[in-house]
Design a protein around this ligand. Structure first.
Ligand code: FAD
Length: 387
């Protein structure tokens, strides 16, 4: 089904993204990221130079000035995922969708001037650390503390599963600055690479997204200057997180649809050329029925997500709507990619094939950004009138 989300500016931008991919997202590069467990800095700097990173950063700080209009980011996601480079899509997504918005929305003028230009150019890599070894879904259960001292804070605790955590230059860290677990107990502190007592730990060996680092972080009496407190005032961390989570969930949904569409394209190509019993696999009625189902699902995914992108642009994507979009789309993605792997036969299980990588990458979409059970809980609470 033809989508009507994009105009000629997006089409021209898509050409730029394709040009970037044809030059810098080769198979050899992708294999190198997988082997090293991270996307190299040079590629991120090139993405910054090409204007496909930092889209959410205001123009005055060297970015694209498109935080509210997700369509340009969606173009990047679609093209990078279609190129089979899920790990690069992940690295770009953490920076633009998860890290930059905290500075744009809540940063003091000094914080914006200090960090946004580097985040836009790719000179600075950012991460956000919420999850801890003992708690993920229940954010209010975190135990990492920041004790106020002369000129700043002393942070103690541990985080885990942090995307871009090993390579990050700055990590927005969710800390407790107050007592209890009420919203005012939490703040966001920017902890910088190299701070004494801050260990960016080992990269975790994951099922998918092999080329994007995910790390454990530990904080042992780390001094963080007061000027690194996002927004400059304590006790706003929880509200800041709640404001940005819908965007994180929208971006996961876009990645899910992009991977589903790419999966369909790879599978059409494969089943047209692969023969069994003397005929192309696509000529079996079962293959055509399965592909018809996948094609309809991909149309439905985009129709739903395109609407969500417009709601987001207009400031109307509620937490509940974002949660609904996130769980529904990522579950459809799982079904679609499962069919696509099956139609590839044995080759669908081999990581050289993009469908196999997309399949393992997709699994985490139902887990991170808030698990799908938590998404259903958010929606269910609203339906039950208990927001
Ligand atoms: C590859 C990867 C990248 C990640 N990147 C980041 C990152 O950059 N930053 C970051 O902070 N975190 C990140 N995470 C962490 C991720 O967000 C958490 O793993 C996720 O929120 C779940 O938390 P948990 O692992 O502690 O699971 P738990 O909270 O222990 O949940 C375990 C199970 O219990 C279920 N459950 C929990 N509570 C309820 C409930 N109330 N009702 C019903 N079921 C429930 C969950 O849905 C899940 O199925 C990442 C994780 C992965 C795997």
């Amino acid at each position: 089904m033809e989508r009507d989300l994009y105009d000629e500016d997006h089409d021209a931008f898509r050409d730029m993204v394709r040009d970037f991919i044809s030059r810098y997202v080769t198979n050899a590069q992708r294999e190198r990221w997988d082997a090293e467990g991270e996307v190299d800095r040079e590629t991120l700097r090139r993405a910054g130079e090409a204007g496909i990173l930092g889209l959410a950063v205001p123009e005055e700080y060297g970015g694209g000035g498109m935080l509210d209009d997700y369509r340009f980011r969606a173009v990047v996601m679609e093209e990078v995922i279609r190129a089979g480079a899920g790990s690069l899509a992940g690295a770009l997504g953490i920076q633009d969708d998860l890290v930059v918005p905290y500075f744009v929305h809540f940063g003091t003028p000094e914080q914006k001037a200090r960090w946004l230009p580097g985040l836009a150019s790719g000179e600075i890599i950012g991460a956000i650390a919420m999850t801890e070894p003992g708690t993920g879904s229940n954010l209010r259960g975190i135990t990492t503390t920041a004790r106020a001292v002369e000129g700043g804070y002393v942070v103690n605790g541990a985080k885990t599963f942090i995307s871009s955590g090993a390579t990050a230059d700055i990590v927005i860290t969710v800390v407790k600055t107050g007592e209890g677990d009420g919203p005012q107990a939490f703040s966001l502190l920017v902890v910088e690479r190299g701070a004494e007592g801050f260990d960016q730990g080992k990269k975790l060996h994951k099922m998918g997204f092999a080329g994007h680092d995910t790390a454990e972080l530990s904080y042992a009496d780390v001094f963080v200057p007061a000027e690194n407190l996002i927004g400059g005032e304590e006790g706003h961390g929880f509200v800041q997180l709640m404001k940005n989570l819908p965007l994180e969930r929208l971006s996961i949904a876009v990645a899910a649809a992009a991977a589903s569409e790419a999966g369909l394209e790879w599978t059409l190509e494969y089943t047209r050329s692969r023969e069994a019993f003397g005929q192309p696999v696509i000529d079996f009625q079962n293959s055509r029925f399965q592909l018809a189902g996948v094609a309809a699902t991909v149309d439905a995914l985009w129709a739903y997500i395109d609407k969500a992108m417009l709601l987001y642009r207009d400031g109307k994507l509620s937490a509940e709507e974002a949660a609904k979009v996130k769980f529904w789309t990522t579950e459809r993605e799982g079904e679609v990619l499962d069919v696509c792997v099956q139609l590839h036969g044995g080759y669908g299980y081999i990581l050289e094939y993009p469908i196999a990588r997309a399949y393992v990458d997709a699994r985490v979409h139902r887990i991170y950004g808030g698990t799908n059970e938590i998404m259903r809980e958010i929606v269910g609470r609203q339906l039950a009138g208990r927001r």
